[in-house]
Design a protein around this ligand. Structure first.
Ligand code: DC
Length: 210
């Protein structure tokens, strides 16, 4: 079974995807880590994340150790991840890994193009979103938990800029698949979002089996 979860930054996709993967006994892949790790490789080599050749070579050379690093979520890496993610050859280089990951035993995958490009025939597609303010507050709480203090206005600007870049890029832009179930987490806590998503998944699977 493939559960595709897409949506903008800090909408709660990762937390929800992890909970769903445990409940459904499926492996979980955070595909954003592939783009973050690619960006980190480019940055550490002193390269430019908008350089097609450097970014594509980094994506092709990616190893498991790269994606397991704990330092992939800072603001510089986030921006660079969005930049490498807009390069079609980078997306192409990361595609086979994502498909193979899901095809082995099924999976919950979260990202931006899982339901549209990676698994267009996923059993269930969720598009998880929330207002920019709600998402920025969650991202700010993550920064604070890591000991980084960033003004909310900066986080809002950063989240909005990344949304814009992810939505308007030519390669696999962030758009809901036609058959995606929309989940707005603006006023939902983690537990509520999880229960709502489980209900939607059960409905969808029951409809598919009838
Ligand atoms: O989900 P995230 O914030 O960790 O993603 C980091 C960047 O990678 C983000 O700018 C969008 C991009 N991304 C993507 O283009 N496609 C995916 N499947 C996952 C992430």
């Amino acid at each position: 079974m493939i559960i595709a979860i897409d949506g903008p930054a800090a909408a709660g996709k990762g937390t929800l995807a992890k909970r769903l993967a445990i409940a459904l006994n499926l492996p979980y892949l955070d595909t954003g880590l592939l783009y973050r790790a690619t960006a980190k490789r480019v940055l550490e080599a002193g390269g430019d994340p908008t350089d097609v050749q450097a970014a594509t070579a980094a994506a092709r050379a990616l190893s498991k150790a790269d994606t397991s690093r704990a330092d992939l979520r800072d603001a510089v890496t986030s921006k660079a991840a969005s930049q490498v993610a807009s390069i079609p050859a980078v997306r192409e280089a990361l595609l086979a890994f994502q498909r193979e990951y899901g095809s082995a035993n099924g999976a919950v995958l979260d990202g931006r193009d899982i339901g549209t490009v990676i698994f267009p025939h996923a059993d269930v597609k969720l598009f998880v979103t929330a207002s920019v303010e709600a998402r920025a507050k969650r991202r700010q709480a993550e920064f604070i938990a890591r000991g980084e203090s960033v003004p909310l206005a900066n986080v809002i600007a950063d989240v909005a800029a990344r949304d814009e870049a992810d939505r308007t890029r030519a390669a696999a832009p962030l758009i809901p698949a036609e058959d995606a179930i929309l989940i707005d987490t603006t006023t939902l806590n983690i537990e509520e979002a999880f229960l709502h998503a489980m209900q939607e998944i059960e409905k969808k699977l029951a409809a598919s089996n009838s």
